[in-house]
Design a protein around this ligand. Structure first.
Ligand code: PHE
Length: 341
């Protein structure tokens, strides 16, 4: 019996050294000390031995079991160490290596045009205020001279939230009152943001889209400042000098209000043009001088201060710039569309 145990011990310890993987170790351990393992089977005989034998053999077998279990543990640790070392050797990653030249970061087209717009105006000393997506009825409508009964509310079919008086912002103009009240005068603000309207969705209408708006408040601000700013911005954006044309437009929070077109930068006005549809003007934005009531709602004296605001849809700008035919593409997680930018 003693011999059997000792030779088993030697065999097992020898074999353990040759095991290569964690699962090999575990399988072999089960084969030796598991429920029906060979050592376990031998130990079952101990109960039939005499008292003296039990003392010697019992102690010996217990020592052997402990030694074998220890050897298994050791081997497992060794294997893990070898695995980690192999990983470190094979998966070496030099964090100081310069980025490979074919790594291309893809900005979403909305982000790309927004960054371009922001760059121009940061240089001109504008502060950027991202528009709140959830706002109140007061900021979205009342503060902008659009009281509850005003028909202009119908133009922006609004998502009302269950909390009393809260809405999903329908326009970045909903930030005007907030900015006027929280900033020192004069104010030069650029307000990008995501806005929501209950639209019937088609190639040019989405219920979720992006606007960007500008607001300037100072002494002696006139329509001339507005025209100059818009013309400069559009020329910068399209990389060549553009002409602008103002048409009367109605928004309750500006007086006078205008819609702004710019001369088509994509055609010569003679051949068919998909962008301006041969009119050689692109209808693009809304603008106006801030209505005195809107200033008063933010505790600004309209006798001393005046201001202008203008804005446009960023989706539309990206569609014009990148020749994107359908507004629905912007919200779809379609990688082959997004990777083009
Ligand atoms: N907020 C208006 C809209 O979404 C656009 C606008 C902005 C008009 C600034 C005038 C001045 O329809």
């Amino acid at each position: 019996m003693q011999q059997k145990l000792n030779s088993l011990k030697l065999d097992v310890l020898e074999k353990i050294k040759s095991l290569k993987t964690e699962s090999e170790v575990i399988d072999y351990r089960n084969a030796i000390v598991g429920k029906n393992g060979s050592l376990t089977e031998i130990l079952k005989w101990i109960k039939d031995l005499s008292v003296e034998e039990k003392q010697t053999i019992g102690k010996l077998s217990n020592d052997i079991k402990v030694a074998i279990l220890e050897a298994f543990e050791m081997r497992l640790k060794e294997i893990k160490k070898i695995e980690v070392e192999a990983k470190l050797a094979n998966e070496f990653f030099d964090v100081t290596t310069p980025a490979s030249s074919d790594t291309k970061i893809h900005l979403h087209p909305i982000t790309a045009v927004l960054r371009q717009v922001e760059d121009t105006f940061k240089r001109m000393g504008f502060d950027i205020f991202e528009s709140n997506e959830v706002t109140t009825e007061f900021f979205n409508f009342d503060s902008l001279n659009i009281p509850a009964t005003h028909p202009a509310r119908d133009m922006q079919d609004t998502f009302w939230l269950e909390w009393m008086g809260n809405v999903l912002a329908t326009q970045t103009s909903s930030m005007q009152n907030i900015i006027m009240k929280s900033q020192k005068l004069p104010i030069k603000a650029l307000i990008p943001g995501r806005v929501f309207r209950n639209e019937d969705i088609d190639a040019t209408h989405e219920n979720t889209f992006y606007q960007v708006e500008w607001m300037v408040i100072d002494k002696n601000i006139s329509l001339a400042n507005l025209k100059y700013t818009i013309k400069t911005m559009l020329s910068d954006l399209f990389g060549k000098e553009v002409e602008i044309r103002l048409r009367p437009g109605y928004f309750p929070f500006v007086e006078p209000g205008v819609e702004v077109d710019f001369s088509c930068t994509f055609c010569d006005g003679k051949s068919p043009c998909r962008v301006c549809k041969w009119s050689s003007w692109i209808e693009f934005m809304w603008a106006g001088l801030i209505h005195p009531n809107v200033l008063t709602n933010a505790w600004i004296d309209p006798e001393i201060y005046s201001g202008f605001a203008f804005g446009f849809g960023l989706n539309r700008l990206a569609m014009i710039k990148y020749n994107i035919p359908d507004i629905r593409y912007f919200q779809h997680p379609n990688l082959s569309f997004l990777k083009q930018f």
